[in-house]
Write a protein that binds this ligand. Structure first.
Ligand code: SF4
Ligand SMILES: [Zn+2]
Length: 363
């Protein structure tokens, strides 16, 4: 791996596959639901995919950060609990959320003063990146930090290598993947985590997206039998109205009561510094709404110690404690390797062993 300062992101690209040729020499990008129509020389909304003379060029051959994280940090709670997830990020995003927690890497290509932001990337091949995950002892390879859907072809190449090395693969996404993108990734990807950031169209418009596409992606990923978990960062004055939380819980419940829903606490970041962090009582209320709406697995995070029982997994059949979590310390207590509750035998949906295929099926 070589370090590359003063890089040109346009050079770190490769011919794209999620693309459709349209009339007058333009192409339509099919990676995310913006479906940008790109005339020659034009970049998409994400600014990292562009129409070159030889077709659509897409990010390739680099990472802008790697780390070995607990898989619970993504967060995935029903996916090889306690495993290490070797995580890589690239640059750019198709949204522009004021509360972005990874703005240094996700928003950097859009900013005009690159001196203040990441000025280096590391070149690497798919096989070397997957090999790094194995050498670090990870069971999972994750594409995260920036929005991974805009670099789907790179993820496909890396995940293909990872699968051959016996790893599970996941994406941590804003849920703006198109059906074509989810189908394209399915042979090499196991888990898809979606941020459901709001249930209000005006909030999504401010972030640069549309709610309907996010809900459609959750439904499509579930139908394709990815392992899906949904996260809502509960932000005071933005999406913490109980009516909106009810809408979110009902929407998820409408797809499957077995989809885990994580309600997590906001802390002031990036361009949203005008309000304080989420109060524990608000998170508790959000979790109660999820449970009352009929979701079987509701988790509240980011406030260690304060809402700890809401980090555990309980059997919906007999209420036995199955997985105990204290921060990132994980103990499997009442569940067998095949995902059955030790007490009552109920099958808990999730990916519990390296040989499991993901399914959010009802028990
Ligand atoms: S990934 Fe999305 S934003 Fe980027 S070019 Fe494709 S459709 Fe446009
Ligand atoms: Zn049970």
């Amino acid at each position: 791996m070589t370090r590359d300062s003063n890089h040109s992101l346009d050079d770190l690209t490769h011919p794209g596959q999620l693309v459709q040729l349209v009339e007058d020499d333009s192409v339509r990008c099919l990676a995310c639901s913006h479906r940008c129509l790109l005339h020659p020389g034009r970049h998409g909304i994400c600014q990292v995919r562009y129409r070159a003379a030889d077709g659509l060029r897409v990010p390739w051959g680099y990472v802008a950060g790697t780390n070995l994280d607990p898989v619970e940090k993504k967060p995935f709670f029903h996916f090889l609990p306690g495993s290490g997830a070797f995580t890589f990020g690239m640059l750019g995003c198709n949204f522009h959320c004021d509360f972005c927690q990874n703005w240094q890497s996700s928003q950097s290509p859009q900013l005009t003063d690159p001196e203040n932001f990441l000025s280096w990337v590391e070149r690497i091949s798919p096989i070397d990146l997957a090999g790094m995950a194995v050498r670090r002892g990870a069971a999972v390879l994750a594409s995260s930090y920036n929005e991974p859907v805009i670099t789907a072809e790179w993820a496909h190449a890396v995940f293909s290598q990872a699968k051959q090395m016996g790893l599970k693969t996941i994406m941590v996404s804003n849920g703006y993947a198109t059906p074509e993108c989810l189908e394209y990734l399915r042979p090499v990807m196991d888990g898809y985590k979606v941020d459901l950031k709001s249930m209000r169209e005006e909030n999504y418009r401010a972030m640069g997206g549309q709610l309907k596409h996010v809900l459609a992606a959750i439904e499509k990923a579930h139908a394709l039998r990815y392992w899906v978990e949904v996260v809502t960062l509960v932000i005071p004055g933005f999406n913490d109205d109980p009516a909106e939380l009810w809408d979110a819980a009902r929407a998820i419940r409408g797809i499957s009561p077995d989809l885990p829903w994580h309600v997590t606490g906001f802390h002031p970041d990036y361009r949203m510094q005008d309000r304080g962090p989420t109060q524990p009582a608000t998170l508790l209320q959000a979790a109660e709404i999820g449970q009352e709406a009929g979701l079987r697995y509701v988790y509240a995070g980011n406030l260690p110690g304060k809402v700890s029982s809401l980090e555990n997994t309980y059997c919906p059949g007999c209420q036995a404690l199955l997985v105990e979590r204290t921060g990132y310390r994980v103990q499997i207590i009442g569940m067998q390797m095949d995902g059955r509750c030790t007490s009552c035998g109920r099958v808990i949906p999730g990916v519990w062993s390296a040989s499991d295929r993901a399914t959010n099926v009802a028990a």
